[in-house]
Structure formats: C-alpha cells, structure tokens
Design a protein around this ligand. Structure first.
Ligand code: TRP
Ligand code: SF4
Length: 327
C-alpha cells in the first residue's frame, strides 16, 4: 500500500514561480511514490479574502490550470476543491469543540499574519480557527505525509495535537500523526529580495507574457556591492543568480565567472536570464493555453476529484460521528 499525501493551496490570485519551485514541481514528483490528494483550499481563501471573494472564484480554475500544466496528473492524483467535499466542515466543527483557544492564540503564524496583514480585517473568529480547518483537511483523509513549506510547520504541529486530543478524549485510535514533508529546495526570493508573495507585488507569475517577464527581471535587485561594471560581483549573494540555478542551470557557471571577474554587467546578465526563463515557461504556458480551451475536461477533473475525495471523507466522518455520538 502506498502512503497517502494531502496538500493544498489557497486560490487567492495567480500562481507564481515561488509556487512552481516551492510546491508544484515537488508535488508532481511525489505522485509517483504516493497516493496523492491535492486540494484547492477555497474555504481557507475565504477566511482571508471574505471582503473581496471574487478573487477566489477567479483563481480556482486559473490555479487548477497551472497545476495541470506543472504536471499534476488527474490519472495519478485526486484533485479537488475543498468546498465541494462538505465533510471538511463536519470535521472542522468537531475539532473546534475540542481545540483549546490558547493553542490557536499562541500559534506563531496567527500572530505573524495579524501583524503582516494589518490592512485587512482578519481579527475574526474564523481566521483564528484557520489551523483547525487545516487539521480537518489532513485528518479527514488520514494523510501520512503533508508536503508544506517551513512556514506551515506550526499548523502541522497543531494537527498532531488535535489528533492526539481526539484519540485520548474518546479512547480510540482514529487518527495517527501526520508528518510534514519539507521541500529541500532553496526558497526563491521575489524581485525585491523579500519572500515572493502577491502581497509584496514582487512576483513573476506563471502566466506572465514574455514582455512582462523581461521588464520584471530588468527591475530585479542585484548584488548591492556591484555598482559599476568594473566592480567584481558576489553571485552567491545575488537573487538573479539563484534564478539561473533554478531555471537555466546550464548557464550558471559562466555567469559566475563573469560576475566575479567584472567582465560583463548586470543588464546583460538579466537579459540572458529573461530569455532562459521565457523559454522555460513557454512549455508551461503552451500547456496552459491548451487547458484553457478544454472547459469540459477541467470540469470533469474537478467532478471526479471531489467524488473520489468524498468517498474517503465520508468513511472517516461516519467513524468520527459514531465516536462523538452525533447523528
Ligand atoms: N494553509 C496552507 C497554505 O497557506 C494551505 C492549506 C490548506 C493546506 N489546507 C491544507 C496545506 C492542508 C496542506 C494541508 O499554504
Ligand atoms: Fe547578479 Fe548577474 Fe549582476 Fe552578478 S552580473 S551581480 S549575478 S545580476
């Protein structure tokens, strides 16, 4: 029996290179070894974007297309939308009853998000419960492993705590401890050297046109110590160079040498990167275009996915309802 994986992404805008390198490429590989469930977490998106929910509906199919273009294969994996499987909310409700407030108030991601997203009104009951819903997502499918970025580790820890609390309260071993599966890949920074994120407006999106990619790359931060062409650079500290390693690894050695030897300038270095990245994304974008024309195919994937996910989810919920004496 293959071990089971569940992971998810919130549909809150276009996907970018960070999603591809940090998650999708990894998910595509995991499909060979695991039974995979990949979920579009629209309820989680609503917790943050409830004031502007149209971004969610606009992003769902667009993100799905990026997943498919990145090689997430509906023949191998179950791809579904969270809100299409109502059992997520049943388990969320039950977990809400037994999760102490303190666990949620102390959660570092909660405190950080409140600080970071101070422009948005997320001081809500729902947002505090974000990790409880995530625990429900994971435990509903009894996932063994959960591929996530490091920022999600506190949510995995809470998931294990909720699983243990449930088991010990009702003296039954319903849930086992899911494990985080960290991606070993280095994090790709945004154009301004901060974390790549839509809210910093520093992304290169998977659907960006070649011209947009060129402009964005020309605006990237480089080694601040390299002001003139004659200044030797420090490629290992330059984000442009990390993009070379990620997207055109064949060219990184020569660039390293010119940069250190102050032989060529950053403008030229970036122009070569643009070409390479546009070429790299061309394959992805061609696949995007093909999926955009296949509306029926996309609908079928989502329908089949929520059906498959629903079968497993309803087994778990039957078991859980029995244990808590509800329904
Ligand atoms: N919180 C995750 C994120 O923002 C998305 C998510 C929702 C998720 N449910 C999940 C990830 C379950 C893994 C497992 O990235
Ligand atoms: Fe960075 Fe390239 Fe400029 Fe070197 S030449 S500092 S790697 S952009």
């Amino acid at each position: 029996m293959k071990k089971r994986i569940l992971s998810g992404m919130r549909p809150t805008g276009r996907l970018h290179l960070g999603h591809l390198v940090g998650a999708l490429n990894n998910w595509a590989e995991l499909q060979e070894e695991y039974e995979c469930f990949f979920m579009i977490a629209d309820w989680h998106a609503l917790m943050g974007e409830y004031e502007n929910p149209s971004v969610i509906s606009d992003s769902i199919v667009d993100n799905l297309i990026d997943w498919l273009a990145a090689g997430i294969d509906p023949q191998k994996s179950t791809i579904f939308i969270q809100s299409h499987v109502p059992q997520h909310l049943d388990l969320y409700m039950i977990f809400s009853c037994l999760t102490p407030l303190g666990w949620l108030e102390r959660c570092p991601t909660y405190k950080e998000q409140l600080k970071q997203l101070s422009n948005r009104n997320i001081k809500t009951y729902g947002f505090l419960g974000y990790p409880v819903l995530q625990a429900a997502d994971i435990l509903l499918y009894k996932a063994d492993k959960v591929p996530v970025g490091e920022d999600q580790l506190p949510h995995l820890e809470l998931t294990r705590e909720i699983a243990r609390r449930f088991n010990s309260l009702y003296q039954q071993k319903i849930f086992s401890d899911p494990e985080a599966l960290l991606t070993s890949l280095p994090r790709l920074l945004g154009l301004d050297n901060r974390k790549m994120s839509k809210s910093f407006n520093n992304t290169i999106n998977l659907s960006d046109d070649p011209q947009v990619i060129k402009e964005k790359i020309q605006g990237m931060f480089t080694d601040p110590r390299r002001i003139r062409l004659s200044d030797p650079g420090h490629p290992e500290e330059c984000n442009v160079f990390s993009y070379y390693k990620a997207f055109i690894p064949g060219r990184d050695k020569e660039v390293y040498l010119w940069c250190k030897g102050a032989q060529r300038g950053c403008t030229e270095c970036k122009a070569i990167l643009s070409e390479g990245l546009i070429e790299y994304l061309k394959v992805h974008q061609d696949k995007r275009r093909a999926w955009l024309k296949d509306k029926a195919g996309l609908e079928r994937i989502l329908r089949d996915g929520s059906q498959k996910a629903g079968e497993l989810a309803s087994q778990t919920i039957r078991q859980v309802r029995q244990v808590v004496n509800i329904g």
